[in-house]
Design a protein around this ligand. Structure first.
Ligand SMILES: *Cc1c(COP(=O)(O)O)cnc(C)c1O
Length: 379
């Protein structure tokens, strides 16, 4: 029996798993460099922070290496205390996860099963369909805003409200949304949450929260008192620059948090991640500095796209969707030999676009020059 021949296990897998399309991560730099025999490649494909974490977070991670023989604090006491204080909630309302992705999965496992559904928007974060399908529940995908809208391809909350039925247990909302970079303003979002039935859990995924400084952008962690069915997720992977450590969290009423705690792994967040995240919270100056550079980078990319005559979706986050006017995957592939990794988004229903993470000024320049060469058929 050869190890790679099909052995018939597929038919034994749970139905939801049989229909699952695995998440496709951005191509790692090391893989590209190996394949093309190049160095100095830049990765603008996974919305990582090009400026890295706060120095204090790195220092704390190093110190945590002295205790690697011990299990981490399974209850993440210190980190939960700090997060609770920051958000004005009780520690019992905080769930720490192996990335916020972990929290999304715990929510699906607690609230979804075959026969039930989750509602989310077209062009929303790719993990929502995966966690829904993995537990055998049904994804109800609401149509997004049309291309000509002020928030092109962004969430259409009216369409989402219409998609909710008696079998809906979760509504996933990303604000801002990935991959569109579009924002839902406070008043509109609050009206939507208020209008949901009390037995529908609404998950507001704020993975890019720290980047957004628009005055009408809500901090929905402040709404938890008012809405017991609200869950807010945040992460240390994006603005905090700790994607490699995998740490994020969810905020909810104590009852939902207790349910999430039943299904999580006992030690789901490692000790190095807990230490680094706790220290990262202390350096708001670093975040502000990264946000300033990110805004300059967004302007740099927008100017480059305008020079090249390319349309793009104005973004409030650390990435931007650009309309390359041909299959995005082709442009993606032709950028690789230039040492530039971006993200084709056909899997998000946007085949003519690329999602580009805002890099450092040099990385953005390198990308724009490569894009110019590729689109001008000189590369
Ligand atoms: C990156 C991202 C996340 C999750 O990242 P983690 O690294 O698992 O915390 C969640 N939601 C959205 C919309 C994202 O873009």
């Amino acid at each position: 029996m050869s190890a790679d021949a099909a052995q018939g296990f597929f038919s034994l897998a749970c139905e939801g798993v049989q229909g699952l399309h695995p998440y496709e991560p951005g191509k790692p730099i090391s893989e590209l460099e190996r394949e093309y025999g190049i160095d100095n490649a830049v990765k603008l494909a996974s919305n990582e922070n090009p400026f890295g974490p706060a120095p204090g977070a790195v220092e704390a991670a190093r110190r945590a290496l002295d205790s690697l023989a011990l299990y981490p604090d399974g209850n993440a006491f210190a980190l939960k205390q700090a997060l609770a204080a920051r958000h004005g909630v009780e520690p019992a309302q905080v769930t720490v996860g192996n990335g916020s992705n972990d929290i999304l999965e715990l929510l699906a496992r607690v609230f979804l099963q075959p026969g039930l559904n989750a509602v989310f928007s077209a062009h929303a974060f790719a993990v929502y369909p995966i966690v829904t399908q993995a537990v055998g529940a049904t994804a109800k995908v609401a149509p997004a805003n049309p291309p000509g809208h002020v928030s092109p391809y962004g969430h259409d909350l009216e369409a989402m409200a219409q998609a909710v039925d008696e079998k809906t247990r979760i509504v996933f909302i990303a604000n801002p949304n990935n991959p569109t970079g579009t924002l839902l303003p406070a008043a509109e979002l609050k009206a939507f949450v208020s209008g949901l039935p009390a037995n529908v859990v609404v998950v507001i995924d704020e993975a890019y929260f720290e980047y957004v400084r628009q005055p009408d952008y809500p901090d929905t962690s402040r709404w938890l008192q008012e809405f017991p069915n609200l869950v807010v997720t945040r992460t240390f992977s994006k603005a905090y620059g700790l994607a490699g450590l995998r740490v994020g969290y969810g905020l909810a009423c104590a009852e939902i948090s207790e349910l999430l705690n039943r299904v999580r792994q006992p030690f789901n967040v490692n000790a190095v991640a807990q230490a680094a995240a706790l220290a990262a919270l202390d350096d708001q100056h670093h975040i502000d500095d990264c946000v300033k550079k990110n805004n300059a980078g967004l302007a740099q990319l927008a100017a480059g796209f305008e020079r090249a005559g390319l349309g793009y979706v104005p973004s409030v986050a650390n990435f931007v969707l650009v309309d390359v006017g041909r299959p995005g995957v082709e442009v993606y592939q032709r950028l690789l030999p230039h040492g530039v990794i971006v993200r084709p988004v056909a899997n998000y229903g946007l085949p003519g676009y690329l999602r580009v993470t805002v890099g450092s000024a040099d990385e953005n320049d390198k990308f724009l020059a490569a894009l110019d060469a590729v689109l001008g058929d000189r590369g």
